[in-house]
Design a protein around this ligand. Structure first.
Ligand code: ZN
Length: 62
């Protein structure tokens, strides 16, 4: 089940939509920013009702 959720790019600070797979509770992956093309480290927590997205620069980590 994919759902779009807003997150903020840690490079250009644009708000962009990420497609989140809600069947996975906790996940971390890298996705390129749709605006500035930098690699965003995404940490997603979902409990089936709410989705929490954290973003960080790939070289910073969390
Ligand atoms: Zn960006």
């Amino acid at each position: 089940m994919l759902e779009e959720h807003l997150g903020q790019c840690p490079y250009c600070w644009e708000h962009i939509y990420f497609e989140i797979d809600l069947s996975i509770e906790n996940q971390e992956y890298v996705e390129d920013c749709q605006v500035c093309c930098n690699p965003i480290l995404l940490r997603v927590n979902s409990n089936g009702l709410e989705v929490h997205i954290e973003t960080a620069r790939e070289d910073d980590g969390f």
